[in-house]
Design a binder for this molecule. Structure first.
Ligand code: SF4
Length: 375
């Protein structure tokens, strides 16, 4: 662990590098806790490049937490649509409502109060408190943990309690107490740019002289890998209706559905957003899907539906490899079902939908075009 003058030099060099080379990101142009908070939530498990357009659109639509708190949830989800991990958006709005209700619309500035807000854990609280309010809290996310593991050459599983404790102590000790916000961002920036998971660029690193991992020649091997959870394959079949005007049928998130309606784990895979009628399959997908449509009381007006298989869709969510077989069902008029919405198949994003549902729609559209060409 670095101490005394060595630690002071380490901090000085890292901060100087950050001030000179930091990326120009939209959320770095503000110290407003609302903007910092939205960016931190969006950046969880999502790349910076993907977040930027979402962040800008979201702040344009909801410029402050009062507007976010008062908006219909569906509108918040629509603005988040495509970014994934939708519980983040739901929690963001719940937290905004709590801040309005319990704190008069002002962000709490104490760690304990911050941690009571939905979707805010230690890392996010430390980031908001340090960047927006200059509070002395060290942030420890995946990027920072990787940098610290390498700097201090911490061996073993960093998720184990002993290593975790070592990392927390290290993060607190190294924190620059004069500028904790810049410090946290500098550590994250180093992890996101030079000290990347693969091939760290130690030759360009502003703190290479302090790095035990580099000195021992093991930087690239750290953090040591933990055992991966085994992947599970999930097979689904989806019914994509298309009427003569190119409209399709989407079902609402489960909580908005009639309690009598059959619900399985499929809506969860669609992130509890609007989705095509979908069922898990392990045998004949068409037979299973027909049965599912019957349960949903979606019936053909003239005999039975004709299913046309579209290209399979593959999607990965954490440890699940999902394979969806979409079936296009062309009908004169869409069947009526109480809670369902009719939307253009080429514009399903008028409702909040997941990436998986978008991929299914695209596959069905391609199948529609190929069928038209072959006629
Ligand atoms: Fe990371 Fe290399 Fe810098 Fe060490 S020297 S902190 S491994 S980039």
């Amino acid at each position: 662990m670095l101490k005394g003058r060595e630690l002071a030099l380490f901090r000085k060099q890292l901060l100087a590098w950050f001030h000179q080379f930091q990326r120009d990101l939209p959320w770095r142009r503000t110290r407003d806790p609302y903007g910092v908070w939205v960016s931190e939530i969006m950046l969880q498990q999502t790349r910076v490049a993907a977040v930027i357009p979402y962040y800008e659109r979201f702040l344009e639509r909801f410029p402050n937490l009062q507007e976010l708190a008062a908006a219909p949830e569906e509108e918040v989800l629509r603005m988040w649509s495509g970014l994934g991990y939708y519980s983040r958006a739901r929690n963001l709005q719940k937290a905004a409502q709590k801040i309005v209700a319990d704190h008069g619309g002002e962000f709490p500035t104490r760690l304990e109060e911050m941690l009571e807000l939905p979707g805010i854990g230690n890392y996010t609280a430390a980031a908001i408190l340090s960047i927006a309010f200059g509070k002395k809290h060290a942030g420890l996310d995946g990027n920072v943990a990787r940098v610290l593991t390498r700097l201090a050459a911490i061996r073993g599983d960093v998720h184990a309690s002993q290593q975790r404790q070592e990392l927390l102590e290290c993060a607190e000790d190294y924190l620059d107490r004069k500028s904790p916000g810049d410090w946290n961002q500098a550590m994250m920036e180093l992890g996101a740019t030079l000290c990347a998971p693969k091939s760290p660029q130690c030759l360009l690193c502003p703190v290479a002289q302090f790095c035990d991992g580099r000195k021992l020649g093991i930087a690239e091997l750290l953090p040591e890998k933990r055992k991966k959870r085994e992947t599970v394959e999930v097979r689904l079949a989806a019914a994509v209706f298309a009427d003569e005007e190119g409209r399709t049928l989407l079902l609402p998130p489960p909580e908005e559905r009639n309690a009598q309606a059959p619900v399985d784990h499929v809506p969860t895979l669609a992130s509890n957003l609007w989705h095509f009628p979908t069922i898990s399959v392990n045998g004949d997908p068409v037979a299973k899907l027909r049965g599912h449509l019957r349960k949903l009381q979606i019936q053909s007006r003239n005999g039975s539906f004709h299913f046309v298989a579209a290209e399979k869709v593959r999607h990965t969510v954490t440890y699940r490899n999902i394979i969806v077989e979409p079936f296009r069902i062309t009908v004169k008029r869409l069947p009526r079902i109480k809670e369902a919405e009719q939307v253009p198949l080429s514009g399903i994003t008028v409702l909040p939908v997941s990436n998986l549902t978008r991929k299914v729609a695209r596959a069905a559209l391609v199948a529609t075009c190929s069928a038209a060409r072959n006629r």
